[in-house]
Ligand binder design. Sequence first.
Ligand code: PMT
Length: 224
Amino acid sequence: FQHGALSGKRVFITAGPTREPLDPVRFISNHSSGKMGYALAEAAADAGADVRLISGPVNLPSPPRVECVQVESAEQMLAASLDGVEQCDIFIAAAAVADYRPVAVAEHKIKKGSEEIMELRLIKNPDIVATVAGLERQRPFTVGFAAETRDVLEYARSKLERKGLDLIIANDVSNPDIGFNSDDNAVTLVSTATTLTLPLGPKRLLARQLIDQIAEHFHRKSQR
Ligand code: PMT
């Protein structure tokens, strides 16, 4: 692990789940614990970067020397991600953003009715990492994750291309010992030209390896 590999660089990292409200007391969300994103923030700060962590609701302490911005919904995470993004060198999207949110948020608690089936109408959320990767001016080096349960590498490659990313970290989340909410993970780092598999290990160790790799790809691209 290289200390100073990111010195003087500004890094934004999204982490955790988003919560999409239905009414004042209910929301749609997922099992992301934030562990992967927080470990990346800590590793990036240890590599000398000036780090902003944009986090959905999780039960983790802020890593030392990291600026933490707390958000709840995908729309709030997008706004926090775009705020100051022109100063950002590297953007890493580790958050598990809800793909859809309820079309309408009820002002009062939704009452139980007599009907057995209740239908929810959902609308697509903005894609945060694709929005950042698509910025025309001052676009940061952009890294996404792909959480998949099958055909992991294939789907990861298509997300890399569709979202216009520099790198994608393919995460097989079909195995409950890795991925969402576990302390360990195993991932494959994919660029258009390379793939690198990082075997099972604690998220904090993987985060250091990933930050080393991201720094290397970032510096190589900046030299071109
Ligand atoms: O938080 P942990 O419990 O430690 O778990 C870690 C993790 C499994 C959540 C993490 O390693 C991971 O894979 N994060 C991405 C989860 C995800 O939502 O993947 P996706 O394949 O649905 O999304 C692809 C990429 O687009 C991701 O970088 C995601 O942050 C981004 N995205 C998705 C939708 C959206 N509206 N905006 C986005 O920016």
